[in-house]
Design a protein around this ligand. Sequence first.
Ligand SMILES: Nc1ncnc2c1ncn2[C@@H]1O[C@H](COP(=O)(O)OP(=O)(O)O)[C@@H](O)[C@H]1O
Ligand SMILES: [Mg+2]
Length: 321
Amino acid sequence: MTRHTTGDKGPGGDGDTAAAGPDAGSAPAVPGGPGTQAAATDTGAASRTDAVTCTGLAYAFGDTTAVDGLELSVRDGEVFGLLGPNGAGKTTAIRCITTLLPVPAGTVGVFGHDAARERMAVRRLLGYVPQQLSADSGLTGRENVELFARVFDVSRRERAARVGQALAAVDLVDAADRLAKTYSGGMVRRLELAQALVSAPRLLLLDEPTIGLDPIARTSVWEHINAVRAATGMTVLVTTHYMDEADQYCDRVALMHRGRVRALGTPDELRTGLAERRGAGSGERPTLEDVFRDIAGSGLDDKSGDFSDVRSTRRTASRVG
Ligand SMILES: Nc1ncnc2c1ncn2[C@@H]1O[C@H](COP(=O)(O)OP(=O)(O)O)[C@@H](O)[C@H]1O
Ligand SMILES: [Mg+2]
C-alpha cells in the first residue's frame, strides 16, 4: 500500500541529527511574490544556503539519458517551478533531490546537505508529493496522514496534533474520518499534500500537483500550498505543465528540455526577454508557453510530446474512487 516509503525509518541512518542547525539563521523568507529578485543568472552562485543546488546532475536509465548536466539553484523561501514537456527529466531530477534515486554524476545539495552522503539529513528536511498516487484508498484521510507521520518519524507525543494540523491546513478536517476512496480528485491531492506536510518540511517537492484536476480544484490546491508557505516560510519546488499556473504562482521558473535547464528567471523576465528578442511591434505580449516554444524550437514536437498531451498523463484521483 505505501508506494513510496523510503525504507529508512527511525533515527540512525547516515545523517547526523543537526538537520535544523546551521540553516536556521538565514534571511527571512520573502513570500511576497515575484519581482524581488533581480535578474537571475542561470548558475546563480549560492552565496547563502540555497534550498536546493544541483550542479552537473546527470542520470540515465540504461541508454536513456533522463537528466543531462542539470544546473539549478532554488532559493530559500521561494516557489520555484520546474517546467517542461513530458520526458524532459523533471521527475527524475526531483527523485534525485529526494534521495529516492542516487546521484550518479554531479552534486545535489539540500540546505547545504549533500544528497549522496547525507541522505537522512536531506530526507528530514523535505516533504514529497509524487506524481503518481500516494494515498491509500482503503484508509481514511487521517489514517493516511498518520502513516506518513510514522514513516517520517514524527514523535508519538506530537503525532495526533501534527496530523490534525496537516489536515486542517488542507481543509480536510470534516472529511478526515472518511475513506479516501470517497474523496474527489482535488481532495485526494490535498490529502497527499497533508501527508507531505505532516513532517513540517522546510522544502516541499510537488511533482505535477494539479495534473488531471479541474480548474477549481487546481486553484484550491495552489491556495493551500500558498497559505502553508506564507505561514511557515517553507520552500516549494514544483513541476507543472500548466504554464498559466507557473506564471501565476511561481517566483521563478526553469524551463527544462531534454535533461537540461534551457532558461531560468521570473516568469516576467522570461516573457520580457522573448518580447525583446522578437523586437518592437511584434504583437501581443508573449506567454510562458511562447517562451518555451522559442527555446525548445521544433524539438517540442518530437517524441517529447506537446504540453497538451501530457495533461492526461496522470491517471490521478479517478483511480481512487
Ligand atoms: N524507470 C524508468 N526506466 C526507464 N526510463 C525511464 C524511467 N523513468 C523515466 N525514464 C525516461 O527518462 C526520461 C525522463 O523522464 P522523466 O524524468 O519522467 O521526465 P518528466 O517527468 O519530465 O516527464 C524519459 O525519456 C523517460 O522515458
Ligand atoms: Mg514527470
